[in-house]
Design a protein around this ligand. Sequence first.
Ligand code: B12
Ligand code: SF4
Length: 452
Amino acid sequence: MHVHLIAPSNEDSTYIKPLWVGSLAAHTPDDVELTFRDDGISPIDLDKESDAPDLVGISVSSKTAARAYAIADAYRKRGSRVILGGIHVTALPEEGLAHADAVLSGEAEWLWEKVLEDAKAGKLGRSTSLLSRGIYKHKEWPSLEGLPRPRRHLTTSKMYVPFDVVQTTRGCPFPCEFCSVSTYNGTTFRFRPVREVIAELETVGPRVLFGDDNVMIHTKYSRELFEAMVPLNKHWVAQASLAALHRVENVEVMARAGCKALFIGFESVDVETVRASGKKQNKPSKYREIVRTLADHGIAVWGSFVFGLDEDTGAAFDRTVEFCIDAKITMALFALLTPYPGTRLYKRLKEEGRLTRDAWWLSQDHDTGAPFYQPKQLTRDELRSGWVRAWRNMYSYPSIMKRYDFALDHSWVQNVAYWPLNLLMHQLAERKIAKGDRSFRKHRAIELPFGL
Ligand code: B12
Ligand code: SF4
């Protein structure tokens, strides 16, 4: 049997090695021929190509859903069976089933074997052990102990950022309203045994990206892991929540273990805004101190901020960029608040009648047409133009100069990579803004007659 996995592209394809491919490969028996294509790296031409593998497995996030469904429809027309998996169809399995023979909702470890068995027997999505017809799903969150090591041989393209992705934990108990992680991976922490993570790290390259929501999620576990990592001499980057970073001893052990940069969800610099979003662990009064401590330990900060939360006024945009410049943040990502399906935010905005497009992910311009809801204290135009201004000001040449910290020479991310990364972001921001402006204006013109 030939099984072909596909990662659909979107406007923001990140060129980061998709870990789900290695995870599925580890659960695939040797008699199955497994291939993989990343549509972001090698775009699939749906009109020209005619291959028809026995089974096609496509990963779906909300940003890639429209493209994923188009690919799925094309393969089914050619006679392939299709299964969809990933966060988006976990939240909306029925929507996925309209484009596939089956959906794997949630985590695939140990279930993928069952999918392959059913596919081989010609009863994909129809065996009796399913949650309901067409939907494969674990009854409980699977344990992360004893997972087979991801097999990474299908994701070796030179186009990928040269970091291997490794995951150590899943699940998050925090109640952030806009985030899908607790619906997706559960509200309790699950950990991989430290010895298993270390054994995996020993087999991957020198640079690692931890695919955890929060690499310092549980201080006792994380400290044990980082202590064990010190002799491995890896350089790594990860996402982390602010909750654990105010303790210098936590930062110190991360630095010793080889941490070079952290992607941190600050979300907002305003106390009321972060509190209302449910991210109570964030304390804006501590932000500068934390960034300073990280910088002094050779850890660059990539801040993530969200605009459009209900408490946001027109002052939020400039205030956020001022903070980034003042605190000398290495890089920042500004997101427009996005109601992802399965989140409490989506449910609330829908109940309040504030969604401007229910299934925004299905439209072709889902990225450039945002925001897809009516903000509380701003118009949609004000939100979009404030967001554009924030990107421009953050990556303007004067800002890039001011944020560079000449006093720091601890890490290659802070002193060498700083310039190309920021110049690249300058270009990407301008390109994205130009494309988005055209598209947003077009859609405003269509929506205005309906009073939105
Ligand atoms: C690491 C990560 C990133 C990294 C790397 C992404 C990458 N290409 O690998 C970076 C930082 C670049 C990133 C960026 C973004 N991310 Co991100 N990211 C994650 C994170 C923390 C882990 C993903 C991961 O690797 N997991 C490990 C693998 C093994 O798990 P998995 O992919 O879920 O796959 C498992 C199952 O889903 C299933 N599966 C998956 N695909 C398939 C396919 C088939 C056929 C089958 C059968 C099964 C299956 O099997 C796997 C094994 O169990 C998740 C949160 C999370 N807990 O998952 C968010 C998450 C996926 N990201 C999210 C978002 C919103 C983004 C951004 C849009 C953020 C932004 N504002 O720009 C960008 C978009 C990037 C893009 N172009 O798509 C959201 C997606 C929400 C949604 N509904 O789509 C998540 C869920 C976080 C959240 N806060 O809600 N992200
Ligand atoms: S934003 Fe981070 S802290 Fe909040 S629920 Fe999501 S993963 Fe947890």
